[in-house]
Design a protein around this ligand. Structure first.
Ligand code: G16
Length: 549
């Protein structure tokens, strides 16, 4: 054992103790999430793990992001970012869970075990990037991460308040020797804005597209960073930011808008059909919406963004004549109408994977151009090295027509506008704005591309959400026994009915999704399924009634 391992226990005992009564927790959909008061020891240990991970990866930079993203203000969380900006490898998620759940007394031995098992020499160089969202407890938790890195004598760069996707981007930039860009806020903004302006050219408005956008910052880091972007837009985009300094995600933000299917609080008086957008607490998701002249609210969620972007990219690929394949990845939450549109109208293959960016990102790597979006607005596009090579070659190929070369150049700018490392609300927003501008569309035009099936998303509280286990990309419930049969029976009674249930990996709830032919039927279907979950999976509190939803 190398001498510096002794520090591991000393720091834990002195500053970052774990209570004996602390229940075990799991590295979930997006890392550890819990009430902020329970997280100090978790943060310290994730500082340790990130340092070990960096050593296991030959000294490459590993990111640690402190955020609970869409969760309420009292929660916080942490997730690790792997060298190419991906989510932590799943095998290491297990190591993370094990490291967090040992007692302080066993911590040093657990670190030694990981080091031995993974062939890590703790004298080797390690580098960790740390970022945090705007929650008031984040700075204190960041200190715990820094202490974890220090205990193992790693190097650290603390970026302070950044969006989650910015930290993913910084990690990737560093580990690619700046080939992906500069790992600074300025480098990130400049890359996106340059591509955005290059594509847009000198026309700010076109057809039904106007450049005014109302932006809900969810009272989080997304509003701060958008205010920085606005200074550099030079009128290309006229963004009105709201929800910039209240309680994070409280009755606002992308999760609120998607789940409740209504506009956030704080939205100023806007003209009918005004283009509005909400991001979440750490700005890694985005949804669009508007309210029409009749006062009807319309949501354009992650499924819509996927179809809009996939259609645009497909056109460009066809125009430049490059032979590359394209695929789209969704989860079970994707509206059935969107899947139908993608397969039958856009002729793009669709894959379905379990919830969690890590699953979508991984699957998207199967394609030259992999578009992935969760219905909640989380997603991006990734391009294979081969695709980039072919598109670059086409942009310079004199044997092609000018139109083909221009399409290839436009595709290259679109790639630059994309944060390929992870879903990024601001980059996605700029992509959507680019496509709408190029088509001269307003939100009604976009909405008109297909009709969503009415859908409902509900949360049910149960004793222990882990009694629910699923298979087939979460579309089938394995336990409790008999629950899936009960859901199947209910669904057969609804025209175009579909429903599934799964335990959340970020909140202590079970999620219920339903869709059917009408809004009333969808609500009724969701209610029936929710109550069957309540009865068979140990529901707590009152059973749901129609009036309550
Ligand atoms: C995280 C994940 C997303 C996932 C969401 C909800 O988002 O990154 O992939 O869709 O949690 O997950 P669950 O239904 O398991 O709670 P965020 O924006 O909170 O980081």
């Amino acid at each position: 054992m190398t001498p510096n391992l002794r520090q591991v226990y000393a720091f834990a005992r002195e500053y970052h103790q774990k209570k004996e009564t602390q229940k075990d927790i799991q590295y979930g959909t997006a890392g550890f999430r819990s009430h902020a008061d329970n997280l100090d020891y978790v943060m310290y240990r994730m500082g340790l793990l990130a340092t070990l991970r960096s050593r296991a990866k030959g000294g490459q930079v590993i990111g640690v992001m402190i955020t609970a993203s869409h969760n309420p203000e009292q929660d916080n969380g942490v997730k690790l970012i792997d060298p190419m900006g991906e989510m932590l490898e799943q095998r290491w998620e297990k190591l993370a869970t094990a490291l967090v759940n040992v007692s302080d007394a066993d911590l040093e031995a657990q670190v030694a075990k990981i080091s031995d098992d993974e062939g890590i020499d703790n004298n080797d160089h390690a580098k960790v990037y740390v970022g945090m969202d705007t929650r008031y407890h984040s700075p204190q938790l960041a200190k715990a991460v820094l202490n974890g890195v220090a205990a193992l004598k790693g190097n650290v760069r603390d970026f302070g308040i950044v969006t989650t996707p910015m930290l993913h981007y910084f990690v990737t930039c560093s580990n690619t020797n700046m080939a992906y860009g500069l790992p600074t806020e300025e480098g990130y903004m400049t890359k996106l804005i340059k591509a955005f302006k290059n594509i847009r050219g000198s026309t700010f408005e076109k057809g039904n597209y106007t450049n005014k956008l109302y932006y809900d910052g969810a009272n989080g880091v997304g509003s701060l960073k958008m205010l920085g972007f606005i200074k550099k837009f030079d009128g290309f985009l006229d963004v009105k930011v709201f929800n910039s300094n209240g309680k994070i995600n409280f009755n606002c933000g992308a999760d609120f808008v998607k789940t409740n299917q209504r506009a956030p609080e704080g939205l100023p008086e806007v003209e009918p059909n005004a283009r509005c957008v909400s991001v979440d607490g750490d700005a890694d998701r985005v949804v669009y919406y508007f309210t029409d002249e009749a006062g009807v609210f319309h949501l354009l969620d992650g499924d819509r963004i996927a179809t809009l972007i996939a259609g645009y990219l497909k056109d460009l690929v066809e125009k430049c004549g490059v032979k590359i394949n394209m695929g789209l990845v969704q989860t079970a939450y994707a509206n059935g109408a969107s899947t139908d549109h993608i397969v039958n109208q856009l002729n793009v293959p669709v894959a379905c994977v379990p919830t969690g960016v890590k699953h979508l990102h991984h699957k998207a790597l199967d394609y030259d151009i992999g578009v992935y979006f969760e219905a909640n607005g989380h997603g991006t596009i990734i391009y294979s090295t081969e695709a980039k090579r072919k598109i670059t070659a086409a942009s310079k190929d004199e044997s092609l027509t000018q139109e083909q070369r221009d399409a290839a150049s436009l595709l290259l700018e679109t790639i630059d506008l994309t944060n390929e490392t992870v879903g990024d609300a601001i980059s996605d927003l700029l992509l959507v704005e680019t496509v709408l501008h190029s088509k001269g569309w307003n939100l009604q035009d976009w909405l008109g591309t297909y009709a969503d099936l009415p859908n409902v998303l509900m949360k049910i509280m149960v004793e222990d959400r882990n009694v629910i286990t699923t298979t087939d990309a979460e579309r089938v419930c394995v336990t409790p026994q008999g629950l899936q049969d009960a859901i199947n029976e209910i669904v057969t009674r609804y025209n175009k009915g579909r429903s599934f249930v799964r335990p959340s990996g970020t909140e202590d709830v079970v999620r219920v999704y339903a869709e059917a032919d009408t809004k009333e039927n969808t609500l009724q279907l969701a209610l029936e399924v929710a109550n069957v979950v309540y009865d068979m999976a140990g529901g707590i509190g009152e059973r749901l009634k129609m009036a309550a939803i």
